[in-house]
Design a protein around this ligand. Structure first.
Ligand code: IPE
Ligand code: IPE
Ligand code: MG
Length: 242
């Protein structure tokens, strides 16, 4: 179990609370490439650079959990070359950043079904997760072969196998990362107003932020802006503020 995040320590005076868990739907790589007359794969290559920048920024800001939507259960519909390229990038990322994860005490985790992944990718994620599991800093959760519906179905299957009462708590314990708190903020880049099967169960009371910028153009300034906006919102969770 990772340490329970101590939110109060992370309050920035006059700015309010840093969200504990941020999810990002990193969208717009293809459009970025098209605008420069490049193949879509170049957009993903450039998107990886943004992901590295944002992981560093999130770690420096004291965010506890960052879930990055890397590849959905529906993204298998894309051309085989594009899929293979993205899987290759994931492998390069995990291998190439290990020293960075160690230096910054960053823990890597996976959300999604490992069964559907190419075996060497599943192994790579398993090994890096194992190597970094005791790091107390930012947890980066890679949503890869991830679909919110698929996660719920796998959780329900697990629950039925176990027997026992079907409650929200019991189902929650069967999700991919049951100890991770629900996301406070989900950001989507590239201007699309949809959830695309991301963290369906976990986002019941999540705040949303849509950015028009394409993911390869995103910077830590954009992350700070999204968080600043989040800090100005009133969350009520169905209740009424006194
Ligand atoms: C997001 O960028 C990355 C993945 C979904 C893997 P896209 O590839 O979806 O980019 P657009 O939406 O075509 O611009
Ligand atoms: C969502 O983006 C998935 C990821 C960012 C990995 P998509 O580009 O696949 O979503 P749609 O198809 O526009 O809804
Ligand atoms: Mg897209």
């Amino acid at each position: 179990m990772p340490p329970v995040p101590d939110l109060d320590k992370r309050d920035i005076p006059g700015r309010g609370r840093i969200p504990s868990h941020v999810g990002i739907i990193m969208d717009g790589n293809g459009r970025w490439a098209r605008r420069q007359n490049l193949p879509r794969t170049q957009g993903h290559q450039e998107g990886l650079k943004t992901a590295k920048r944002i992981v560093k920024a999130a770690s420096d800001m004291g965010i506890s959990y960052l879930t990055l939507y890397v590849f959905s259960t529906e993204n298998w519909k894309r051309a085989a070359e594009e899929v293979a390229f993205i899987m290759g990038l994931v492998k390069t990322y995990l291998r190439g950043e290990l020293d960075f994860f160690r230096e910054n005490r960053i823990r890597i985790r996976h959300a999604g079904d490992p069964e559907g992944l190419p075996p060497e990718i599943a192994r790579e994620i398993r090994e890096v997760s194992e190597d970094t599991r005791d790091f107390p800093g930012l947890s980066v959760i890679l949503a890869l072969n991830y679909g919110g519906r698929d996660e719920i179905v796998r959780a329900v299957r697990h629950l039925v196998r176990e027997g026992g009462a079907i409650t929200e708590e019991a189902l929650g314990r069967c999700l991919d990362n049951p100890d991770v708190p629900d996301p406070d903020l989900i950001i989507r880049t590239a201007g699309e107003f949809r959830i695309s099967n991301f963290l369906l169960w976990e986002s019941a009371y999540t705040e949303y932020s849509i950015s028009d910028k394409l993911w390869p153009d995103w910077t830590d300034g954009d992350l700070k802006k999204a968080i600043g906006d989040f800090q100005g919102r009133e969350r009520k969770f169905g209740g009424i503020k006194a």
